[in-house]
Design a protein around this ligand. Structure first.
Ligand SMILES: CC(C)(COP(=O)(O)OP(=O)(O)OC[C@H]1O[C@@H](n2cnc3c(N)ncnc32)[C@H](O)[C@@H]1OP(=O)(O)O)[C@@H](O)C(=O)NCCC(=O)NCCS
Length: 171
C-alpha cells in the first residue's frame, strides 16, 4: 500500500529541534493569521517568532515542542510550558509545577487523521510521571471535543480573570 492510501502511517511525531524554527514560525503565522486579522505583517512576525522559538528550544527554558512530520516536512506542532509553583512541604502529594499546552496546530491538508491527537498525547506524556500538577489550555470551540477525549474538563476549583478586556483570549 502506498503512504497516500494510509495517510496516518506517514505522520511521525518527534521533539522539535532548533533547525525546525523557520517551519514552526511559519505554522504559527498560518494558525494565528487564520483566526484573527493580523496587525503585524508576516515578514515582520515570522522572524520575530523564529527568534523567540529558537531561544525557547534551548535546554532548561521550561518550554518544549513536538512536531508532526510528513515526508520529512513539518506539518504540525504543539508547545508545552512548565509553570513553576512555589515549593510546598508535601511535593510527592502535590507536584510543584503546572503545565500549559499551547499552539496545537496541524496544517489543514493533514487534519482529521489523528496527527493532532498524537501531538497532544506526546505533550501529555511528558506531563506524566508525577511531576506535573494541573495541565491547562484554552480551547477553540471546535477543538473542545479533542481535548475532552484526552481527559480535559472545565475545573470547578479555578478562577480566571481576563486581563485583556478588548476581546476574548484564545491562546
Ligand atoms: C485542532 C487540530 C490540531 C486537530 O488536528 P487533527 O490532526 O485534525 O486532529 P485529530 O484528527 O487527531 O482529531 C480531530 C479533532 O480535532 C478537532 N478539530 C477538527 N477540526 C478542527 C478545526 N478546524 N479547528 C479546531 N479543532 C478541530 C475536533 O475535536 C476533532 O474531533 P471530532 O471532530 O471527532 O470531534 C487541527 O484541527 C487544527 O490545527 N486546528 C486549527 C488550530 C486550532 O484550533 N488548534 C486548537 C487550539 S486550542
Amino acid at each position: 500500500m502506498t503512504a497516500a492510501r494510509h495517510p496516518a502511517r506517514r505522520v511521525r511525531i518527534r521533539s522539535a529541534r532548533v533547525a525546525d524554527t523557520p517551519a514552526l514560525a511559519a505554522l504559527r503565522w498560518e494558525f494565528r493569521a487564520a483566526l484573527d486579522r493580523a496587525s503585524e505583517p508576516r515578514d515582520r512576525f515570522v522572524p520575530r517568532c523564529e527568534r523567540w522559538m529558537r531561544e525557547r528550544l534551548r535546554r532548561g527554558t521550561g518550554w518544549r515542542c513536538w512536531v508532526a512530520e510528513v515526508g520529512g516536512e513539518v506539518r504540525g506542532m504543539v508547545w508545552l510550558a512548565q509553570i513553576e509553583k512555589l515549593p510546598n512541604p508535601s511535593p510527592s502529594a502535590e507536584p510543584e509545577a503546572h503545565a500549559y499546552v499551547t499552539s496545537l496546530y496541524v496544517r489543514p491538508s493533514e487534519r482529521g487523521r489523528g496527527a493532532g491527537s498524537s501531538l497532544l498525547a506526546e505533550a501529555l506524556g511528558a506531563c506524566a510521571g508525577g511531576r506535573t500538577d494541573a495541565v491547562i489550555l484554552w480551547p477553540t470551540p471546535r477543538s473542545r471535543s479533542l481535548y475532552r477525549r484526552h481527559g480535559f474538563a472545565p475545573p470547578d476549583d479555578l478562577l480566571a480573570r481576563d486581563a485583556t478586556p478588548r476581546r476574548a483570549r484564545v491562546f
